[in-house]
Design a protein around this ligand. Structure first.
Ligand code: ZN
Length: 227
């Protein structure tokens, strides 16, 4: 706690002297999804959309590609409940949304749930931490009761079809949600399978709802054994 009250003297990424958590040089070297000459909705950018499953998602918004330093900040957030990287990610995400050509903001942020077992191990859900910080900055409520993750079978050792089937059975989604426009929040989108399954279930349970995905980073290069 005391550490958080003291001014930062070093950049979290390069460890050089800095009065901010991430120094100006590291920020300068960060690759952002800029909105000046391209649509803010990444699903309208073929170089992103081709890697992300989006049969039920209407929009995808993110800070930048999953590479240094976003991977480092997200890794740190996941490995320990360190709110400093979460704060940087939330600040950058809020800036990105402020610059986006977004017709309307969603009415609620829905963090992707994790299993009770994972929660028990980690004591926190990084998607909830991010959603809370972003929601506070942009003034959008966070709904953590919208879905529940069951203790599903491990995805490892399953083929692509089995993984998808496993994923479809993994979540229970609420019906009768009082919203028309939502954003599912996650730290990183790798294939989009999880958020797409969740969006599909949400639309089935809540017809006519518009669903965006807000992720702090998106993986662009295809991975081996993507699910
Ligand atoms: Zn730095």
């Amino acid at each position: 706690m005391l550490k958080r009250l003291l001014p930062n003297l070093a950049c979290m990424l390069c460890h050089q002297h800095s009065s901010s958590v991430v120094c100006q040089f590291c920020r300068y070297d960060t690759v952002f999804f800029h909105h000046t000459d391209k649509p803010s909705n990444l699903l309208l950018r073929p170089e992103v959309a081709k890697y992300v499953k989006h049969s039920a998602i209407d929009g995808l918004y993110s800070i930048g590609p999953y590479q240094w330093p976003l991977n480092k900040l997200i890794g740190r957030l996941k490995s320990s409940r360190d709110l400093l990287p979460a704060g940087v990610l939330a600040d950058w995400f809020a800036e990105s949304i402020a610059n986006a050509d977004l017709p309307l903001l969603p009415e609620a942020l829905l963090p992707v749930p994790i299993t009770y077992w994972r929660y028990y191990q980690r004591r926190y859900n990084q998607a909830v931490e991010l959603a809370n910080l972003i929601g506070k900055k942009i003034n959008i409520p966070v709904d953590t009761q919208w879905a529940r993750r069951k203790t599903a079978k491990q995805q490892t050792g399953l083929n692509r079809q089995q993984r998808l089937q496993n994923l479809r059975r993994a979540y229970i989604v609420s019906d009768g949600l009082p919203y028309r426009h939502l954003a599912i929040v996650d730290d990183v989108i790798t294939t989009g399978s999880t958020v797409d399954v969740l969006a599909k279930q949400l639309k089935r349970a809540n017809p006519r709802v518009k669903i965006d995905v807000w992720a702090t980073a998106v993986t662009l290069a295809p991975l081996v054994n993507r699910s």
